[in-house]
Design a protein around this ligand. Structure first.
Ligand SMILES: *Cc1c(COP(=O)(O)O)cnc(C)c1O
Length: 354
């Protein structure tokens, strides 16, 4: 049992209508914080009113990006139960990211209690409407107040939560993707396999450029050969080519997505052959030309499954599934969201009810 001290907010906020929710903007009334000090370990787990952190301007996280984060959701089922999807996978991944960033390991029990106790306290914030959920953002920051480049001895683990609307309010829709050939997101040996803010900082410029040209995300290529497909925006990516599923292998610069893992499992359950391997953009454009590139989609917690309708790169442009949602893409979306919102059975024990 983790003994969490709770200080309740004296005034509660008005909850926004589900139809007006913008991703990540409406934070709830409370947040969870635990401190870590070298020699002492983790201490003072607490839930306090949501508000600004007090942080020294010399704190490591502000200068050297000593930060890691996670993203998961709490779902409300038809009978009112609130449930999480594979939360222990998020905690295990956070500890892997922590290892890479020289942040301390956090015990599973403490990390999980921070999530479950905050969600239970904020249960009225979990929205009811179809496709909505409470987004959960656990993160860890190094806060030593000193500019020397060393790992921190003082660290905080914080959890904040916010209601989010349906990612596709008008239903699942295909997106246009630009293949980025200049910037790279991550390289092997760097921090690509960690969920850390620095990777996102590196991705902003390409994302902005793509958006200006009318594309919603970029397709990242590997940093060494500039040839092999890695991810799409902040999602993993999968292709259906000639009946087979292809997805980049976890080579050190690709994030080990929990949605990716879940899709692979479902696809194997359904009898599909799934190849995790290097895939060059040439192979992909060739498959599109031959007519064997049947479907393409991104996978991630926020969108779940995001169909790709168009791929463009330096003058080349291909349309996938006639810019419609592929049949398998739709089936994956329906099955994953069905399990998450409790409409379908959970054969792999992915759900944790609160
Ligand atoms: C979080 C993230 C993903 C998706 O991971 P999920 O666990 O499926 O949400 C994919 N790529 C990057 C770079 C990410 O940060």
């Amino acid at each position: 049992m983790v003994d969490i001290k709770i200080t309740r907010a004296s005034v509660l906020k008005e909850k926004p209508a589900s139809s007006t929710l913008v991703f990540g903007k409406s934070m709830t009334d409370h947040m969870f914080i635990a401190d870590y000090d070298e020699g002492q370990g983790w201490h003072d787990p607490r839930i306090v009113p949501y508000g600004p952190l007090q942080i020294d301007p010399a704190a490591k996280v502000l200068h050297y990006a000593e930060e890691i984060f996670e993203g998961l959701k709490a779902y409300r089922t038809a009978d009112g139960t609130i449930q999480l999807f594979r939360p222990l996978d998020n905690i295990a991944r956070m500890n892997k990211s922590a290892e890479r960033l020289c942040l301390p390991q956090i015990p599973e029990e403490l990390a999980l209690a921070g999530i479950t106790e905050l969600v239970k306290l904020e249960r009225d914030w979990v929205p009811h409407e179809e496709g909505t959920s409470l987004y959960i953002r656990p993160f860890m920051i190094g806060t030593d107040p000193a500019l020397g480049v060393h790992s921190s001895h003082h660290v905080q683990y914080i959890v904040i939560v916010c209601p989010v609307g349906a990612y596709y309010p008008e239903g699942l829709a295909p997106v246009k993707i630009y293949v980025e050939s200049e910037d790279v997101r991550a390289v092997k040996g760097g921090t690509g396999m960690a969920k850390t803010g620095g990777n996102y900082a590196a991705s902003l410029r390409a994302g902005d450029r793509a958006e200006k040209q009318g594309y919603s995300q970029v397709l990242w290529l590997d940093g060494v050969h500039r040839k092999y497909i890695e991810e799409v925006g902040a999602m993993n990516v999968m292709f259906k080519v000639n009946g087979k599923i292809l997805t980049p292998d976890l080579n050190g610069s690709v994030l080990d997505g929990i949605t990716r893992r879940s899709c692979i499992q479902l696809l194997k359950d359904w009898g599909y052959e799934v190849e995790e391997r290097r895939i060059s953009y040439e192979e992909l454009f060739q498959a599109a030309e031959d007519g064997t590139l049947e479907e393409a989609w991104g996978t991630g917690t926020a969108a779940v499954v995001s169909p790709i309708g168009e791929l463009a790169m330096e003058g080349k442009k291909v349309t996938i599934s006639g810019n419609q949602i592929g049949e398998l893409t739709q089936k994956l979306y329906d099955n994953l969201t069905g399990i998450q919102w409790g409409r379908l059975a959970d054969p792999h024990n992915w759900i944790m009810k609160l």
